[in-house]
Design a binder for this molecule. Sequence first.
Ligand SMILES: *[C@@H]1O[C@H](CO)[C@@H](O)[C@H](O)[C@H]1NC(C)=O
Ligand SMILES: *[C@@H]1O[C@H](CO)[C@@H](O)[C@H](O)[C@H]1NC(C)=O
Length: 372
Amino acid sequence: VAAEKTRQLTVQMMQNPQILAALQERLDGLNGSPSGYMESLPKVVKRRVNALKNLQVKCAHIEAKFYEEVHELERKYAALYQPLFDKRSDIVKAAYEPTDEECEWKADEEEELTDEMKEKAKLEEEKKDEEKEDPKGIPEFWLTVFKNVDLLSDMLQEHDEPILKHLQDIKVKFSDPGQPMSFTLEFHFEPNDFFTNTMLTKTYKMRSEPDENDPFSFDGPEIMSCTGCTIDWTKGKNVTLKTIKKKQKHKGRGTVRTVTKTVPNDSFFNFFTPPEVPENGELDEDSEAILAADFEIGHFIRERIVPRAVLYFTGEAIEDDDDDEGEEEADEENDPDYDPKVREHVPLKISGAVRKDLTQQFSTLLAQDFLT
Ligand SMILES: *[C@@H]1O[C@H](CO)[C@@H](O)[C@H](O)[C@H]1NC(C)=O
Ligand SMILES: *[C@@H]1O[C@H](CO)[C@@H](O)[C@H](O)[C@H]1NC(C)=O
């Protein structure tokens, strides 16, 4: 009954010329047409508005310089973090045993235990230690991080896991001053049976300059393209390949024989052979989807995983991320049009999300400057 009433009301409304006119105006506004206002201005005024737009383009170019300086600042601070990240890596791979003092950590209040519980926990710990033979460093540190983060675990296949057990560090390297803006993720591996590389790299090229054809859309650096590296797989260990058997019928004789073919296999290690962005920037839909996800992952590793790896290992950072996004996600779930798959097909606009994230980070940075 309610639906019928709504329908009737809609029909009535659509017959009312005033409502239709108002609706048309709204639609014009949505289309970005300035509803004739600009056209209604005297010529001399329009001319001056153009001057304002030219000033706006100049502002975009200054903003680009701002982001270049931010990149410099990031490089400077990266050098300050590095010794701490190196120590983290040394502890993970058992190159350094932290002292008792370095290992002291106050437990959360919630974790305060009664003496009895403490005693029980201690006995259990000792039993566990006896069962495992002397672990070195922090076993499977990075693999655990990967498994704990949805964005990364989605890429992970079962056959990737034994390989990622050998991952010992991920480093972020920024481009040198004066060079085009980029960052490189370095994946450092201990010697293993799978490939001979000790390091796999992925470089993300960025651009921090307004698009000549659309200068007003400029909103900070964007990832434009990325390049991987060649993995020197040991014979028979290339997990990005699989062999399939195919029956093939001889056309003339009609005999059937089985041939083996190698085809690409799902693997995290496909991350190191991303699709290329052609010179003209035109990409097919599949490559576009792959790159959109890839840029998001690259950015996430740089911005979140590398700076706070231990919190992704323990899971603490994941709860934080969930808190941030809780509201947004709830909305998405209530939205009948929300289709989680669509996310994978967001075109290169992901660089928009990247920008937003960067901008937010900078605004905190700036806010701190004012406070101190
Ligand atoms: C290809 O992928 C499947 C399923 O993910 C996996 O079981 C298999 O081991 C892979 N093949 C190779 C040669 O790694
Ligand atoms: C491994 O597989 C990829 C295809 O996924 C291929 O391009 C590459 O040449 C292979 N490498 C080796 C060493 O077999």
